[in-house]
Design a protein around this ligand. Structure first.
Ligand code: ATP
Length: 230
């Protein structure tokens, strides 16, 4: 279980609080108006954003002050964070160890992940020689080799066309299910939330609200969400 206990952050005149838990294995969308604090919420959990008060607990351990790398978290951002001078295998290998000195077992793990995302034959290509969807798959393979129980996605597929985005969402969903990982995904598209999540956190008016069933929330949106959905 991931618990955000009276967690609060302040950045200039922006204030956000969160006080809820997520069950392990849950798939959760994070929706809300632009600037409401969705990325900030993920940053608080991942340790990139300094919190002012409250605690973050995972499986009962207090990780509030742990460095990002020491948290049980793998995070995927919109731009995929691939290194242009490294090939596909190396980009994925970075998820195993930053110095890229991989043991035979670790190399096998990297190739296993590439195979799982359908990129085995692209192992020696540089990112520039891949399509947008293939680049997203590389980034996903890197998430896979990290073996973290909590996967945070910050609009990772926003730049892809609708069909490819749907395909990538389904792949993420399958991978999370296979690994028993807990998934949190920021999106601007309610259809993404409906497609792969069971529950949704609404971030609005300075509060990240506790999760509610995605369909219930989207079928009967509260005013803040209604205004945003239009
Ligand atoms: N380092 C910072 N210092 C001060 N304010 C910041 C900082 N980073 C973000 N903010 C502010 O915090 C608020 C929340 O930003 P955040 O990026 O979390 O929103 P969001 O809901 O993810 O937005 P979007 O949907 O547009 O990506 C915004 O008002 C933003 O301007």
């Amino acid at each position: 279980m991931l618990t955000l206990e009276k967690l609060r952050v302040q950045q200039g005149d922006f204030d956000l609080s969160a006080d809820f838990s997520l069950q392990e294995g849950a798939r959760t969308a994070v929706l809300g108006p632009s600037g409401a604090g969705k990325s900030t919420l993920l940053g608080m959990i991942a340790g990139f954003v300094q919190t002012m008060s409250g605690r973050v607990l995972f499986r009962g351990d207090d990780i509030t002050h742990a460095t990002p790398g020491a948290r049980p978290i793998a995070m995927l951002f919109q731009d995929n964070n691939l290194f242009p001078h490294l090939d596909v295998t190396q980009n994925v290998g970075l998820g195993v160890t930053p110095d890229l000195r991989l043991s035979a077992d670790q190399k096998a793990k990297v190739f296993g992940a590439l195979d799982r995302v359908g990129l085995a034959e692209f192992a020696t290509r540089k990112p520039a020689a891949l399509s947008g969807g293939q680049q997203s798959r590389v980034a996903l393979a890197r998430i896979l080799v990290q073996d973290r129980p909590l996967i945070l996605l910050d609009e990772p597929f926003a730049a892809l066309g609708p069909a490819l985005k749907a395909e990538m969402l389904d792949l993420v969903s399958e991978l999370a299910l296979e690994n028993g990982a807990t998934l949190m995904m920021v999106s601007h598209d309610p259809a993404d939330a409906r497609r792969i999540t069971d529950q949704t956190i609404l971030v609005a008016d300075g509060v990240a609200h506790g999760p509610q069933p995605t369909a219930t929330l989207l079928d009967n949106p509260p005013p803040a969400l209604q205004a945003y959905l239009g």
